[in-house]
Design a protein around this ligand. Structure first.
Ligand code: ADP
Length: 307
């Protein structure tokens, strides 16, 4: 096998109380990629369709992730990559992570699976370093493992795959405004109050337990962020209204996706997800901000081989 075609999913990071540690994968949108094994120690991005992305392997996250992997491969081997991008870069649903994760999963297959999923996340994180300045795993972990993931620690890298209930759907709206990741970081307080920290770790434990037990009420009670959202949400128009009305429409809860401006809501079942989608769209229609909106089942598989 010298060529492989894969699907790589969009992902939601910073899942409410799980700021910087929890994320989940989506069924759609997602990118497609073709990765080809070649007998030369180079990475070539031969095509990047959909959005205007760099073809220089050192400037494209897929190239950077694979170069990091090649450092640990002894064979005289390299890869050609074609990217068919559907996830808008900068939208807050892991556009860069989809390319980094897709590239390393595909290359690993072509090499005969020498690396673990945690190794693959480590390589893909180098792509994230290029995109955002920090080698974070919040998006690449769910893209590679599928479902919900917890990045328990970075030193050493310890990624936990969390069981995902069957009926979880995510509605994600991307208002067409720019929120710079640097601004979204800048406004955060450097210290937290002990009482807020206690609420937060109570909710993280509750969310993990709720997911593992398929206890939708517990998931709903736990989808709260006492620390980051109260500050960061001021950057997102109509955020409180979106949250309130979505919950009235039956959503379990949600929050800011990544560093924004996308907002996600989780629901039990597709029908509720559809209602939430309508409510969110109505609010942004009224406010007069253009948006993209997606309703997707939470994806349990992560990067998937198409052929
Ligand atoms: P997202 O949160 O949607 O991943 P980021 O802002 O983190 O968005 O990353 C997008 C940045 O990464 C853009 O500057 C984009 O040009 C750059 N980039 C480089 N290669 C890729 C790629 N293959 N896919 C997406 N973005 C890429």
């Amino acid at each position: 096998m010298n060529e492989i075609k894969i699907f790589s999913p969009g992902t939601v990071a910073n899942v409410a109380c799980g700021f910087d540690v929890m994320g989940f994968a989506l069924d759609s949108p997602g990118d497609e990629m073709i990765v080809r094994r070649i007998n030369e120690r180079v990475i070539k991005i031969v095509k990047a369709e959909g959005f205007n992305l760099p073809l220089d392997a050192n400037k494209n996250v897929a190239g950077v992730a694979l170069l990091s992997m090649l450092n640990e491969v002894k064979d005289e081997v390299g890869f050609e990559i074609e990217i068919f991008k559907k996830i808008k870069p900068g939208s807050g649903i892991g556009s860069s992570a989809a390319s980094s994760a897709g590239a390393v999963v595909a290359a690993n297959k072509l090499l005969g699976d020498p690396f673990s999923k945690t190794d693959l996340a480590r390589f893909a994180m180098e792509g994230e370093r290029l995109a955002s300045g920090t080698a974070h795993a919040d998006n690449v972990a769910p893209a590679i493992f599928g479902g919900f993931t917890l990045v328990r620690s970075y030193q050493p890298l310890d990624i936990i795959s969390i069981d995902t209930p069957d009926e979880l759907f995510a509605t994600v709206i991307h208002p067409q405004i720019e929120v710079k990741t640097s601004d979204a970081r800048e406004i955060l307080k450097r210290n937290v109050l002990l009482k807020d920290a206690i609420r937060q770790w109570g909710n993280v434990g509750g969310l993990v337990a709720g997911l593992m037990k398929s206890d939708y009420d517990l998931i709903s009670r736990s989808l709260e962020d006492a620390i980051v959202e109260p500050i960061r949400s001021i950057l997102i128009p109509a955020f409180q209204e979106v949250k309130l009305k979505s919950k009235e429409a039956g959503a379990l809860g949600g929050g800011i996706s990544g560093s924004g401006p996308s907002v996600f809501m989780l629901s039990r079942g597709q029908e509720t997800g559809e209602r939430v989608k309508m409510v969110m769209a109505e609010i942004y229609d009224k406010v007069g901000i253009e948006y993209d909106i997606h309703l997707s089942k939470v994806n349990k598989e992560g990067v998937k081989i198409i052929s």
